[in-house]
Design a binder for this molecule. Sequence first.
Ligand SMILES: [Zn+2]
Length: 358
Amino acid sequence: MKTTSLFKLFSRAVSLLLLLLLINQQTFAWSKRGHVIITRTAVKLLIDDQNVSKDLKKILLEGLGNEETAEKKLKSLKDFAVFTSESFTLEPGLDLYSFRPDELANVNSAVPSFNSDESKMHYIDLELFNPDPKKRIFLIDGSAKVKPSYIPRNKKDKRYLEAGFVTFRTEECYKQLVRSFNKATTNEEIFLWLGYLSHYLSDSYQPYHSTIDYRGIDCPGNRERKYNFHFHMESTLFNDKRPEGQQLREDFWKEFETKLNTSATLIKKQKKIDPYLQVQHALLSGYDYLPMLCRAGDAAFEKGDFNPDAWFGYSEKVNGREMTVLQLKAARMAEATLVLKTIILQAWQQSGKQRSKR
Ligand SMILES: [Zn+2]
């Protein structure tokens, strides 16, 4: 008897330790590789667009290195996304700046413009704006989702200090990009704001960046263990060293490319993008997938350990459309890419108007 209870105590202590480790696990939005994929793909779309000015193209290529490296990066996008699961070092310029905010979040780097720090720039815990105090938590049926009118466009609202600033931060990066296109003292400044804009905009498309339950651990499913699904939404695909992992990445790439083609016209229809509202829309639309992700988590643990194939293959109908978690990841990343492409061009055009007024 005694041995059994000692064993129970020990296993409980181990579970608790594991939970603490998981909770402390850093969360890197779309992961290093994911952010670089989005940025390079948006650049490629701009380079391939005949209506984009040569001056802008020149700056973009410079942001990816010299002419040769830039061309290589843009030609090997699929290889970069699919055929390796090894870690890589970020190169200076757009690659680095598209991930730099996560590195700064790790050290709680100060962000004086928001009287806050970098760790609060990447998301909004939308539930904190729910007028009903009982709904300031995540509920598995998604019913704690807030209306757009509950989210004030006033960065001085104290609730943002806890909830996060991604809407305002993205807007700030956009304005800084326009300003630096107009009168930067060095192109490096342009690379920084472009990379930052890419980062925060993309973060807002990650469904877990819209909720107080950002790790997906509050789903009251059948799981005994709490688990950090944020990490699996972002990093698992690009780190999976199994042959099945490569197959998943190939499937991801197919979906990503298809989505880039099919959604392009939708984005074009938008006359002018307001970065603040676009990010708000990304957060609210991402929220709709959270209940599905709860159930995908259950499926992933059905046979004991986390099973990436069951996680990415889990399928459900959301807002009238059936899709798997893998398709969801590809669709959200593709949408972020298309919006980024459009918004960079918009910033360039806006800065041109300012230049001509001078
Ligand atoms: Zn981030």
